[in-house]
Design a protein around this ligand. Structure first.
Ligand SMILES: *[C@@H]1O[C@H](CO)[C@@H](O)[C@H](O)[C@H]1NC(C)=O
Ligand SMILES: *[C@@H]1O[C@H](CO)[C@@H](O)[C@H](O)[C@H]1NC(C)=O
Ligand SMILES: *[C@@H]1O[C@H](CO)[C@@H](O)[C@H](O)[C@H]1NC(C)=O
Ligand SMILES: *[C@@H]1O[C@H](CO)[C@@H](O)[C@H](O)[C@H]1NC(C)=O
Ligand SMILES: *[C@@H]1O[C@H](CO)[C@@H](O)[C@H](O)[C@H]1NC(C)=O
Ligand SMILES: *[C@@H]1O[C@H](CO)[C@@H](O)[C@H](O)[C@H]1NC(C)=O
Ligand SMILES: *[C@@H]1O[C@H](CO)[C@@H](O)[C@H](O)[C@H]1NC(C)=O
Ligand SMILES: *[C@@H]1O[C@H](CO)[C@@H](O)[C@H](O)[C@H]1NC(C)=O
Ligand SMILES: *[C@@H]1O[C@H](CO)[C@@H](O)[C@H](O)[C@H]1NC(C)=O
Ligand SMILES: *[C@@H]1O[C@H](CO)[C@@H](O)[C@H](O)[C@H]1NC(C)=O
Ligand SMILES: *[C@@H]1O[C@H](CO)[C@@H](O)[C@H](O)[C@H]1NC(C)=O
Length: 520
């Protein structure tokens, strides 16, 4: 459910942007993990395309069956908006008769499988008429899937946003000793399947397929993650920082999105750390890029009435694994007991006392924790449900009432080899998604609204403002009455009166409020 390179900045950050650029350089990106294999297949194309990566056309590929011309055909979008990247979205392979299998020879071990979709009009076929299933190595990844409905849903979830016309789905599968990864597309009856691009990349053996240190939330035990589990990544977020494109990942081409669309209530602070991250044997340098750990979203020194909250819509009826990435980047936190907070997942206690200094033993050391939670169906049927993640100051904290998070990954776990969920409901007026604004590239090294208000302490840490915008829920509608200077952040699953609307005035007020309570 990723939205590739969709960068939305709150309007009020723009005047402050120049300040930001001053601090936009970070330490060099390393590529600590060298993938054993990395396939990029440009489906429906007969040539090799080089964008920021090299994609091979599938037409003469060794990965396709020999009867390719009788079981599929290629097409180009009737209209490709200029904001949609040319590769792999300017060609598609279409299957309207029978199923079609790509077969990739790979080594044994865990692999990412990314499927790229651009639901456009191909060969006079309406995008809303395409329903198909995808399976791989015996796992059912998608069932009667509508890329059109998925893109419409993603489009509607973004702030004042263009629809999202293209997206990819990311799965993780453990390839056994057959050393083959097959991907089968099967059109639903009287329908057609299509695919624009397929990416396969290996990953370190124990990064995600690891049964160790799983903590169950709301139950004493639950599923383990082993070689039989298939995963789907549904969120990968860089808290308080910018979008990180796949090329800046640690060798696995994972892309990390901003978290701003998912915050509910106060948005907290977004401190930035300028020093290199000190990886450890428990948290090796491929775990997540430095940029993940160098930014965070924190509460600041707060009262006990404060929760820092993210709301993430997910499909019900599945277990989810949440990987929370932390790094102590605040120089004042130098001993255990000093700053402790509680973590709630779906209103249940996941961690009573998170004492990050005790977990990390120092400043700049990253650590992650994995939690498993079941999201149950409502009214006995599968639907989109909100997954709540909340941080709350702990009364036992000796000095600071704070809490923070640097990064978050959310994975859906297969149930009996199945990862499929129903299509999101289409609103009656759903149109072909139409992109309207240019895709922003290269946002990687500029945390979007980190604004520097103090560079003391040897430039170790730079505090950001735009914090402490107290969410005035009841006033939201008042601010939303068409004023051009207000900017809106609304979560898809929230009723309109729970959307946040900020005016520039509010931001200024919030900024002043911040200076009174800041650490500095
Ligand atoms: C990452 O870790 C590997 C193995 O310890 C090491 O060889 C490599 O230099 C490290 N890279 C960085 C950027 O620290
Ligand atoms: C195409 O080839 C595949 C694998 O060789 C086979 O399973 C499939 O039945 C063939 N399809 C048709 C329509 O001949
Ligand atoms: C599949 O598409 C091709 C090309 O558009 C068309 O000739 C054929 O009739 C279609 N087959 C079915 C079963 O829809
Ligand atoms: C599918 O899209 C076409 C073209 O945009 C439209 O005319 C048709 O009403 C849509 N059908 C459904 C079921 O939404
Ligand atoms: C794909 O792989 C699975 C598991 O290895 C195997 O059971 C299945 O038969 C394969 N399907 C095809 C079409 O090759
Ligand atoms: C696929 O979904 C569409 C739209 O919800 C529905 O009309 C169709 O019956 C479904 N097909 C199958 C095979 O479930
Ligand atoms: C997964 O497979 C590998 C290789 O066969 C094996 O070493 C490892 O123990 C397996 N892991 C689990 C959790 O089953
Ligand atoms: C944190 O806030 C509490 C309550 O407002 C206050 O008593 C305490 O002095 C603050 N601590 C620091 C270090 O600012
Ligand atoms: C968690 O609490 C919030 C606020 O009280 C509520 O709206 C939401 O439905 C709860 N979520 C769950 C999964 O219980
Ligand atoms: C914070 O979240 C917890 C768990 O959902 C809830 O019990 C508590 O009431 C919340 N506190 C505030 C101030 O929202
Ligand atoms: C997987 O789950 C979907 C949605 O619940 C269901 O429609 C489909 O039949 C299941 N597939 C298999 C192979 O069990």
């Amino acid at each position: 459910m990723h939205v590739k390179r969709l960068t939305i900045m709150f309007a009020f950050t723009l005047p402050l942007f120049s300040l930001l650029l001053l601090f936009s350089s970070t330490t060099a990106q390393a590529q600590p993990y060298i993938a054993i294999e990395h396939f990029l297949l440009d489906c429906g194309s007969s040539s090799t395309a080089t964008s920021d990566q090299k994609w091979d056309g599938d037409h003469h590929s060794e990965f396709i069956p020999s009867n390719i011309t009788t079981t599929s055909f290629t097409s180009t979008p009737y209209h490709r908006d200029s904001s949609v990247p040319q590769t792999p979205y300017s060609t598609a392979r279409i299957f309207n008769t029978s199923s079609f299998t790509y077969t990739f020879p790979v080594s044994q071990g865990p692999k990412f499988l990314r499927l790229y979709f651009y639901p456009a009009t191909y060969s006079n076929l309406n995008a809303n008429q395409s329903f198909f299933s995808v399976s791989s190595n015996g796992y059912s990844l998608l069932t009667n899937f509508s890329a059109f409905a998925t893109a419409s849903f993603l489009g509607n979830t973004r702030v004042g946003s263009p629809s999202v016309p293209h997206f990819f789905k990311e799965f993780a599968i453990y390839v056994q000793d057959t050393q083959l990864l097959n991907v089968t597309f099967t059109p639903s009856p009287n329908s057609y399947a299509f695919i624009n691009g397929i990416e396969i990349v290996s990953m370190p053996e124990n990064l995600y397929f690891n049964a160790m240190n799983l903590k169950y939330v709301g139950q004493n035990s639950g599923p383990v993650i082993n070689n039989k589990t298939a995963l789907e990544n549904v969120y990968r977020l860089n808290m308080g920082g910018g979008q990180i494109p796949g090329n800046d990942d640690t060798g696995m081409y994972r892309s990390w999105d901003q978290d701003n669309n998912y915050i509910y209530g106060p948005i907290g602070l977004t401190p930035v750390y300028q020093n290199p991250i000190a990886y450890t044997t428990e948290t090796p340098n491929y775990t997540a890029p430095e940029l993940i750990y160098q930014t965070q979203r924190s509460m600041g020194n707060q009262s006990e009435l404060y929760n820092l909250t993210w709301i993430l819509p997910v499909d019900s009826g599945f277990y989810y694994k949440l990987r929370l990435h932390f790094c102590n980047i605040i120089p004042q936190y130098t001993k255990k007991g000093q700053m402790i907070f509680t973590i709630y997942i779906n209103n249940q206690t996941a961690e009573e006392e998170a004492d990050l200094f005790q977990w990390t033993k120092g400043t700049g050391n990253p650590v992650f924790r994995d939690y498993i939670v079941f999201v149950s169906d409502q009214d006995g049927r599968k639907s989109k449900q909100d997954l709540w993640l909340e941080l709350h100051p702990n009364p036992n904290s000796e000095e600071y009432r704070d809490g923070y998070l640097n990064g978050l990954e959310v994975f859906r776990l297969s149930m009996n080899g199945n990862l499929s969920s129903p299509n999101p409901e289409l609103s009656p007026s759903a149109q072909l998604p139409r992109p309207t604004s240019p895709v922003k590239e290269n946002t990687k090294k500029t945390p979007p609204y980190a604004v520097i208000i103090g560079g003391g302490g040897g430039g170790l840490i730079l505090w950001s403002i735009l914090a402490l915008i107290v969410f005035k829920q009841r006033r939201a509608k008042t601010f939303g009455n068409g004023e051009s200077k207000s900017t809106k952040s609304c979560h898809p699953s929230l009723p309109t009166d729970r959307c946040r609307h900020f005016s520039l005035e509010e931001v200024k007020i919030a900024t002043r409020e911040f200076s009174e309570v800041s650490y500095l």
